[in-house]
Design a protein around this ligand. Structure first.
Ligand code: BDR
Ligand code: CA
Length: 316
């Protein structure tokens, strides 16, 4: 199995991505690191524990990372996500995060097995940028970064140009793409997620029909954002984060990808977080592979299979 860490602002599809990391036999999920993003930091931690609990995997260490972006004020997506965890109750009395900071955990885990650790980055990139700044060996110790963020058609979701993860901490995103990682794979918001990462209400009903507690949890999490998605013309729930984890573990889901020189706008307010993806005619060296199309139905079947075979009972 592939050693990995999920760096997350846990709400909605972050929960599904964590389940992918927990349930897929190809994955060896070593830790979860938390970063400021979608909803209040403590709610995010609760959502991560709720997800681990549903899969009966509270043994996975949760490390608290950066509580705000590098230099900007935190911006939330609470209008989209609500509390983001599907509203399940969890008794937190016996739960505690690891004493080690999330950035230090990333640095340590990468250093413990140089060239082997993959980080699935499904929130703002603050923790990754901090690890780069703190440890000169971090960039070469990491095998791969799988990053959910940006768009390669200039279609943002928080502003016209800005996708949420890059918008919240554009300085961090810019730092990461300039750092010289050997392998970066980007799962963009648009067009990819909006085309191949949306499940309709009928398809969500198929997940519900699986009938396991895990499937029920996923449906609750999907439903939490459906009303918002439909209000902006997206006819279903969006799955950028779980898609990022899925293409890491099953690259055969990818039907098109290209190498790009990716950079992120961190000066302009109008285009804050915009991801410039230069495709080769501008003389820039590519620094990332951008996923451009996946087999949407195979992705859905994959998730249905994961939630159907797992038999772990929930602990409400
Ligand atoms: C990204 O922003 C968050 O709201 C989602 O969890 C996803 O990581 C999409 O822009
Ligand atoms: Ca996320």
């Amino acid at each position: 199995p592939l050693p990995l860490v999920i760096d997350t602002d846990t709400a909605q599809d972050d929960c599904v991505a964590i389940l992918v990391g927990l349930l897929d036999p190809e994955a060896d999920l070593r830790a979860i690191t938390m970063v400021a993003g979608n909803v209040g930091f403590d709610k995010q931690v609760k959502n991560a524990w709720m997800t681990l609990n549903v899969a009966d995997r509270l043994d996975v260490p949760v490390h608290l990372g950066c509580r705000r972006p590098l230099v900007r004020e935190w911006v939330s997506a609470e209008n989209v996500h609500g509390d983001g965890g599907g509203g399940l109750a969890i008794d937190e009395s016996g739960l505690a995060p690891q004493p080690e900071h999330g950035v230090d955990a990333l640095i340590r885990l990468a250093a413990e097995s140089p060239g082997e650790l993959t980080i699935v980055c499904i929130g703002p990139l603050t923790n990754i940028a901090m690890a780069i700044i703190k440890d000169p060996g971090f960039v070469t110790n990491v095998k791969s970064l799988y990053i959910m963020g940006g768009s390669n058609n200039a279609r943002g979701n928080i502003t016209a140009a800005g996708e949420f993860n890059f918008y919240v901490d554009p300085d961090a995103a810019k730092t990461v793409f300039a750092a010289g990682f050997a392998d970066i794979v980007v799962v963009p918001w648009a067009p990819l997620t909006l085309v191949d990462g949306v499940f309709s209400r009928d398809e969500i009903a198929r997940i519900a029909a699986v009938g396991t507690p895990l499937a029920r949890f996923v449906v609750r999490v999907c439903e939490a954002t459906l009303a918002f998605d439909e209000s902006v013309g997206i006819m279903g729930s969006t799955h950028p984060d779980s898609l990022t984890a899925a293409v890491l573990l099953h690259p055969e889901l990818i039907s098109a990808s290209s190498r790009y020189a990716v950079d992120v706008e961190a000066d302009s307010e109008l285009t804050r977080g915009y991801s410039a993806m230069s495709w080769g005619v501008h003389g820039l060296e590519p620094n990332a592979t951008v996923v451009e199309a996946v087999d949407r139905l195979a992705f859905l079947e994959y998730l249905i299979g994961l939630f159907g075979t797992a038999t772990t009972p929930p602990r409400p």
